[in-house]
Ligand binder design. Sequence first.
Ligand code: THU
Length: 130
Amino acid sequence: MTREELKAAAVAMLDRAYIPYSHFPVGAALECSDGTVFTGCNIENAAYSPTICAERTAVAKAVSEGHTDFVRIVVAGRSKDYCVPCAVCRQVLREFAPDIEVICLNGAGEEKVFTLPELLPHSFGPEFLA
Ligand code: THU
């Protein structure tokens, strides 16, 4: 999948977001080293805290299908600001892909690109527990 196709896959997920409370859609497209792509959207809940972000939806789909080797993720929003991953999603990405490229889109489809170490410096990961 090209970079533009990956971005389009994340944007397409905005329409799948279940967001009756925040009305803030987020879409994600997570690419694995073998080219497999897993998409996700945010899924909110009336009890609020069970809400899952788009990025973690994509990670859960990937890991549960046997994929953990992630190379890049697109996070799409519809707001003026670039949709960056929340701290919890950064930590979840860190578990599997400490150097993943994170492509953040705003509502105009413009991008801002980060590496995970830029978003989550001095991070804690599995090797600390070895
Ligand atoms: N959200 C995501 O899906 N990803 C993020 O990294 C930031 C926040 C969602 C959670 C909630 O459904 C809505 O955006 C507002 O916080």
